[in-house]
Design a protein around this ligand. Structure first.
Ligand code: PRP
Length: 206
C-alpha cells in the first residue's frame, strides 16, 4: 500500500486525475463528502487530502509515503524528503514586488513582508543586502500599500493580484511547480512501488 498526501484544492484534484490516469484510481475520492482518507486496496493506494502547506510535514514524518507539494514549500521549509519528479502543474514563481514608484535606497535596511521568511533571507543574503523581515500569513500585497514594508516576497501566478493593487514584479527569485516527494525510509522499503508509480506518472507528463 502506498500512502499519498495530496494538497486539498484545485491543484490536488488535477494531480489526482493524473494519478488516476496512471492506474492509481480511487473512485470514492470523487464522491461529494468531507472525508479526508480514501483507499483502493486492490490498486494498493490510499490518498489523504491535507492542507497544501502541510503535505511535506506528513511526508517527512512518514505519515504519508509520498506527496505532492509546491517548490515554494520545499524551499521555505527544506523538509528531509526526496524530490522525485517535477509534475509541471501549479506553475507560478517566487518574486519580489513593490509599488510602481518604489525607489530602492541601498543605504537603508529594506523592509520585506512575506510568508516565506527563509526564502527572503536567503535571497537578500546572497545579494549582501540587509533586510528587516516582516512575517505575514496572507494578503501580503497590502503591506507596501499601507507602508508596512518596502517590498514583498510572494508567489505570483497570473499577476492579477499585483496589477489590481498597483504593484509590479521587481525580480523573479525562482520558478515554482508541484513536485512529487517521498519519505526517505518509505522510499527505501517501498522502492519498487514508488518508482513504478513515479515512472507511470512521468510517462503521462511527457
Ligand atoms: C497567492 C499569492 C498571491 C496570489 C498570486 O495568494 O500569495 O497573493 O496568490 O496569484 P495571482 O498572481 O494569480 O494573482 P493566495 O490566494 O494563496 O492567498 P493569500 O493572500 O492568503 O496568500
Amino acid at each position: 500500500m502506498i500512502n499519498v498526501a495530496l494538497p486539498k484544492g484545485r491543484l490536488g484534484e488535477k494531480i489526482y486525475d493524473i494519478f488516476e490516469k496512471a492506474g492509481y484510481e480511487c473512485p470514492s475520492i470523487k464522491e461529494p463528502n468531507r472525508k479526508l482518507v480514501f483507499e483502493n486496496a486492490e490498486k494498493g493506494v490510499r490518498y489523504f487530502w491535507v492542507k497544501p502547506s502541510d503535505v511535506s510535514i506528513y511526508v517527512e514524518r512518514g505519515a504519508a509515503d509520498i506527496g505532492v507539494c509546491g517548490k515554494d514549500i520545499l524551499a521555505e521549509y527544506a523538509p528531509e524528503v526526496y524530490e522525485l519528479l517535477d509534475l509541471k502543474k501549479g506553475v507560478c514563481k517566487m518574486a519580489v514586488a513593490s509599488k510602481k514608484d518604489f525607489y530602492d535606497d541601498r543605504e537603508t535596511t529594506l523592509k520585506v513582508a512575506t510568508k516565506f521568511v527563509r526564502v527572503a533571507k536567503a535571497f537578500y543574503a546572497s545579494k549582501g543586502r540587509e533586510i528587516d523581515v516582516i512575517k505575514l500569513n496572507g494578503s501580503i500585497e497590502i503591506a507596501p500599500i499601507l507602508g508596512l514594508s518596502d517590498v514583498i516576497v510572494d508567489i505570483v501566478e497570473t499577476g492579477a493580484t499585483l496589477k489590481e493593487n498597483d504593484l509590479e514584479v521587481v525580480e523573479t527569485i525562482f520558478p515554482i511547480s508541484a513536485r512529487l516527494i517521498a519519505n526517505k525510509s518509505a522510499f527505501k522499503f517501498k522502492t519498487e512501488e514508488i518508482e513504478t508509480l513515479t515512472q507511470k506518472v512521468k510517462a503521462l507528463l511527457d
